[in-house]
Design a binder for this molecule. Structure first.
Ligand code: ATP
Ligand code: PRP
Ligand code: MG
Length: 287
């Protein structure tokens, strides 16, 4: 009997391609010949990879042509297919927003009444308008949305924004955020037992990579007479490791710190007499 493989759909090229392939690599999954291929597989994990347009990924996962997929929440909610989010992946962060010409006054969503809105996200735009009881005309276009007001195609746009520089360059200002988005791993709703087991393995690895990215390994030298205070500042995975230094009266302390509290704790450690603080990245973190 042939071995079950998990089939994953990722973007063929574009904003999510590199991060998706990198994530698989960080999970220790080697892919054969990625370049210019529409399909490939791994030699060291039972995984087949399909490279697709991101717009098609939710449909393929709903249909079970692919078991799982990596796609932006913006596309996932726009396509409105029956799939389940398994894990947020933290890349491709952007927002879907409404923008109007910079010189135009805008007080509330009512200002959109009767306007022509250019967007590649008709479903989400319609939903936003109807939630706000606004009637407007939607013009669906597949790209270069931000130039629409400048060429007389529309009065307003609803498109993805990250740094805001595309809006700025086209003389537009952001007035409403419809959705905050990042890439997510989605799954088909009817995976069999074998597929679910493989997905569990993949998610376990993804979570270990994600945790490691949020944490740092810290090594420092502490004077023994302040060791207690220094240890009290450090969480560690269970508790910090303490080893005697060759120089009497000093210890080496090792711990794991989360990115959120990192700088704050480092400052306090210095105040308490810690020296020679080394901060090292962690590749994987399994708790
Ligand atoms: N400026 C941005 N910053 C961060 N993430 C973004 C940005 N623009 C888009 N994204 C995210 O990346 C995804 C892919 O964007 P991209 O521009 O590559 O899409 P596309 O041109 O529709 O690609 P495809 O050819 O696969 O249809 C978007 O759906 C969104 O989730
Ligand atoms: O706020 P910013 O940082 O300027 O990013 C926003 C732009 O990024 C995306 O397009 P992309 O550059 O991916 O090109 P595309 O039009 O080919 O999708 C999006 O459609 C916006 O146009
Ligand atoms: Mg697309």
């Amino acid at each position: 009997m042939s071995q079950t493989k998990l089939r994953i759909a990722i973007q063929k090229s574009g904003r999510l391609y590199e991060d998706s392939v990198k994530l698989l690599a960080e999970c220790g999954i080697d892919l054969r010949n990625v370049k210019d291929r529409l399909k490939t597989e791994s030699d060291n994990f039972p995984l087949e990879v399909f490279f697709l347009r991101d717009d098609d990924i939710p449909q393929y996962v709903e249909d079970g042509v692919a078991d799982v997929g990596i796609v932006g929440e913006n596309v996932l909610y726009e396509k409105n297919k029956q799939t389940t989010i398994v894990e947020q992946l933290g890349f491709g962060k952007c927002r879907l927003a409404i923008a109007v010409p910079r010189g135009q006054e805008y007080e509330s969503v009512k200002a959109l009444e009767g306007k022509r809105i250019a967007t590649s996200y008709p479903f989400l735009t319609k939903q936003f308008l109807s939630d706000n009881n606004v009637n407007a005309e939607i013009h669906e276009i597949s790209g270069s949305v931000e130039i629409a007001p400048g060429i007389g195609l529309a009065d307003v746009v609803c498109d993805l924004v990250s740094s805001g520089s595309t809006l700025f360059m086209n003389g537009l200002k952001e007035v409403e955020t419809i959705l905050q988005s990042q890439s997510v791993l989605i799954k088909n709703n009817k995976l069999n037992e074998a597929q679910q087991q493989l997905l569990k393995k993949l998610v376990f690895r993804i979570q270990a990579v994600k945790k490691a990215k949020r944490t740092k390994y810290v090594l420092l030298n502490a004077p023994n007479d302040r060791l207690k205070e220094i240890i009290a500042l450090l969480p560690g995975m269970k508790s910090p490791t303490v080893l005697p230094l060759a120089q009497e009266g000093w210890s080496s302390v090792h711990s794991v710190l989360s990115e959120d509290t990192f700088w704050d704790i480092i400052e306090q450690l210095k105040d308490k007499g810690a020296q020679g603080i080394l901060v090292v990245p962690i590749e994987k973190m399994i708790i």
